[in-house]
Ligand binder design. Structure first.
Ligand code: GLN
Length: 288
């Protein structure tokens, strides 16, 4: 089949769902990734064709896109902070807001590094490992650990660390359960993007997220929305050094509750920040 005819099929089937421009880029991304044919090559050789062997693969991707299955899961691949990451249905697809959290941690640690040459940092609920691995790339002197309760997610995170050439100490554990004394020397930085979407907010979510991304990484009970934050603060009481930094990605509707929670627990220099969409999305505190 000629690729230009395949492209017509993509537009016929998908334009109503994604819009013409988005379908054009989805098509080019797939052709490049599956067949190694670039957009330029395709423009220069309008008669390029795929073989009957290749046909089922691309038609399968078309039908997945029709049911709004995310392109990142179709390709098992995405980018975060410019680094390549494998993603599977056991890991969230990294969000651009989370890149902003990484930038904030990076800037703060650079200022902080005058005090500690090899800051110890842990990422709690690491998923694909995107936060921990990006920070390890950006801060080569840091000693980075990453915790997750999901064995399947940790397997993906380990592959991502290897692929990005960084050494991370991965730990399979739930922060909701009492922690073994794994950080006896004390931590300088804790960062976490835990589950924070309340069940009552489910109906506001896009179907592609709700139907495909791991609920374990997304949802909390309505009346226990800060459960992970409370547990991580308890963890920080044991493991974060005095003047150590705590960073959270948060539910946009719970900024004030998060400020109160950090205050109650004697954190100082509390700062709430908005993401690129203008929503309260991240918070920082210093352990007193
Ligand atoms: N920001 C993500 C979303 O909107 C949720 C991430 C999380 O729960 N930690 O889907």
């Amino acid at each position: 089949m000629l690729l230009k005819d395949l492209k017509k099929i993509f537009h016929n089937e998908l334009d109503a769902i994604y819009g013409e421009n988005e379908v054009r880029s989805l098509f080019f991304i797939l052709i490049e990734s599956y067949f190694g044919i670039s957009r330029l090559e395709l423009a220069l050789q309008p008669e390029l064709a795929i073989t009957t062997n290749e046909h089922p693969k691309i038609m399968e991707a078309l039908s997945q896109l029709k049911s709004q299955y995310p392109i990142q899961y179709i390709l098992k691949e995405t980018e975060f902070y410019g680094f390549p990451f494998k993603v599977t249905a056991n890991t969230l697809i990294p969000r651009p807001e989370t890149e902003e959290l990484v930038t904030w941690v990076y800037d703060s640690v650079k200022a902080f590094a005058t005090k500690t040459e090899h800051p110890k940092l842990v990422d709690i609920g690491t998923g694909s490992g995107c936060i921990a691995i990006s920070l390890a790339k950006l801060l080569p002197k840091a000693q980075v650990s990453a915790i997750d309760v999901s064995k399947a997610a940790l397997q993906v995170a380990k592959q991502n660390a290897k692929r990005n050439n960084v050494k991370i100490n991965f730990i399979e554990a739930s922060v909701l359960e009492p922690q073994p004394e794994v950080f006896s020397e004390g931590l300088d930085i804790i960062v976490s993007n835990p589950p924070y979407v309340r069940e009552l907010e489910k109906q506001e979510m896009k179907p592609n997220v709700l139907d495909n991304e791991p609920h374990l990484a997304l949802f909390v009970e309505n009346d226990n929305a800060l459960q992970f934050y409370t547990a991580i603060i308890d963890f920080s009481k044991l493991h974060l050094k005095e003047n150590g930094l705590l960073f959270f990605e948060i539910n946009e509707s719970l900024g004030q509750e998060m400020i109160a929670l950090l205050k109650e627990n004697d954190f100082t220099d509390i700062e709430l920040r908005k993401d690129m969409f203008g929503k309260d999305r991240m918070i920082k505190g210093v352990k007193s």
